[in-house]
Design a protein around this ligand. Structure first.
Ligand code: XMP
Length: 496
């Protein structure tokens, strides 16, 4: 969005003059003339400069919210999961790798065989490794692609001692494409040539990946078209890192595992050690987006973007399990914080993620209307099947644990959580918690839960007359409401 004056600016100026900072329950969006069908609005947006979302929801980097199962589910719903950092760097990277391998778009490191291998030896390898496929690129002693073996070649080979080079279809007779061919291009090439496999080769004729028609067409069809995937058709995933040496180790392992976006996840993003880590990571891994947080003032957001952040996460203390504002006395109510940060970043093209404090689906259009490009949810997703942790049966119903990363339990079990609250070196009995531990009601599948939240967002966009997230950001204007207004907004005066 450019830096032209928006409808809501006058509202927030008046609030500032009155010395007021507001949160979700303090405001409602103004409805207006609408030709918009809620079912048809576009909810595509961005989490960072280069990471798009098909749905503006990101799951929180918390140990009771996002590990690989949630990250896979979120990406399949068009959003994104940020795998938390209260895991060793190795385990966190292996979770990222599993998300990336969940769907096969481009198989960038295909299993290949050598042209001098016998068919018997290749069959043996298949059985030993439990490979369910029969398509093997064949390379020569120089590492160049020499041909390809398919199921048909194995079927018609009566002599197991035959060599791959005598049974394969040689390079001159197979369809290949250059490295960098996209999923859509690969689909067209294979479709036009009626081929099931497409090896990619680099300028030295070395194998650079393989597409299979079955995988590619599945990815481009039906609900899979909503999946949040990278250019090779793999699900997108993000991972949290902290600051200092641990962050650099994680950044190395995570980028090697194919992580799409790193999130420098701290309680105070506008801190010297965050800037140092951001600078080092941007220099060492220039291709990977880095989102930084959390902040709650416009100046802080601007400073982070000037320092190279590809996205800014806003929210200091609004979360359902947060006690930062009570313990430390700092913070800005979330709607004003989001507005001020988004306003400070107008014209930069850097997205804002509203993190924490969202309690109803109606808060999502409010967050986006205030200027956020997407929201991060903790509590609203914590009770779903895909979060880490067991479902407990209690006399009051089924529940799951949900805790702040600055709670005593989370800080005692992980140094990364202690570092988020700048207590990395504190003795365990001297920790000062900035969060609490609790439980939430079990809610079933995240797809069902998110469907309701997105239904609310779509409806809100319909009332405002906004057919896209950017139009919502432009058109949104607010009423400030009182306690009576809030009471009136909820069901009231009936027997339920
Ligand atoms: P919700 O409201 O969605 O908030 O549950 C999730 C966000 O809260 C932040 N977070 C914390 N903030 N103390 C805090 O002050 C904590 O212990 C804590 N744990 C998580 C975090 O930004 C998350 O996305």
């Amino acid at each position: 969005m450019n830096d032209k004056k928006l409808k809501k600016d006058d509202f927030f100026v008046k609030m500032e003059v009155a010395g007021l900072a507001l949160t979700y329950d303090d405001v409602r969006l103004k409805s207006g003339f609408s030709e918009v069908d809620p079912g048809l609005v576009s909810i595509k947006t961005k989490f960072s400069k280069n990471i798009t979302l098909n749905c503006p929801v990101v799951s929180a980097a918390m140990d009771t919210v996002t590990e690989e199962e949630m990250a896979i589910a979120m990406a399949k719903l068009g959003g994104l999961g940020i795998i938390h950092k209260a895991l060793t760097p190795e385990v966190q990277a292996s979770q990222v790798r599993r998300v990336k391998l969940h769907l096969n778009g481009l198989i960038d490191k295909p299993i290949f065989v050598n042209e001098e291998d016998s068919i018997g030896a290749i069959e043996k390898l298949r059985n030993e490794k439990n490979y369910r496929f029969h398509t093997f690129p064949v390379v020569n002693s120089d590492g160049k692609l020499a041909g390809i073996l398919t199921r048909t070649d194995f079927l018609h080979c009566s002599d197991n001692t035959s060599l791959a080079k005598d049974v394969m279809t040689p390079i001159g007779k197979i369809l290949t494409a250059p490295a960098g061919t996209t999923l859509e291009q690969a689909h067209k090439i294979m479709n036009d040539a009626k081929k099931g496999v497409l090896p990619l080769i680099n300028e030295k004729n070395e194998l650079a990946g393989v597409y299979t028609f079955a995988d590619v067409s599945r990815l481009l069809k039906g609900t899979a078209s909503l999946y949040n995937t990278d250019k090779d058709g793999h699900l997108r995933v993000g991972a949290a890192i902290g600051t200092g040496d641990d962050a650099l180790v994680r950044a190395g392992l995570l980028s090697e595992a194919g992580c799409d976006v790193l999130v420098i996840d701290t309680a105070h993003g506008d801190s010297k050690n965050v800037y140092t880590t951001l600078k080092t990571i941007k220099e060492k891994y220039p291709k990977i987006d880095v989102v930084v947080g959390n902040v709650s003032e416009g100046e802080s957001a601007k400073r982070l973007v000037d320092a190279g952040a590809d996205g800014v996460k806003v929210g200091q203390g609004p979360g359902s399990i947060c006690t930062t504002r009570i313990v430390a006395g700092i913070g800005c109510p979330q709607v004003t914080a989001v507005y001020n940060c988004a306003k400070a970043l107008r014209g930069t093209g850097i997205p804002v993620c509203a993190d924490g404090g969202i309690t109803t689906s109606g808060d999502i259009p409010i967050a986006l209307g205030a200027g956020a490009d997407c929201v991060m949810l903790g509590r609203m997703l914590a009770g779903t099947e895909e979060t880490p942790g067991e479902v407990r049966d209690t006399p009051d119903g089924r529940i799951k644990m949900y805790r702040g990363m600055g709670s005593l339990g989370a800080m005692q079990s992980s140094r990364a959580s202690r570092e988020r609250y700048r207590q990395g070196d504190a003795a365990i009995d001297k920790l000062v918690p900035e969060g609490v531990e609790g439980f939430v009601t079990y809610q079933g599948k995240v797809s069902d839960v998110l469907h309701k939240y997105i239904g609310g967002l779509r409806s809100g966009m319909g009332y405002v007359g906004a057919d896209s997230v950017s139009t919502l950001q432009e058109k949104a204007d607010f009423h400030r409401i009182t306690h009576s207004g809030l009471r009136e907004s909820h069901p009231h005066d009936i027997l339920q």
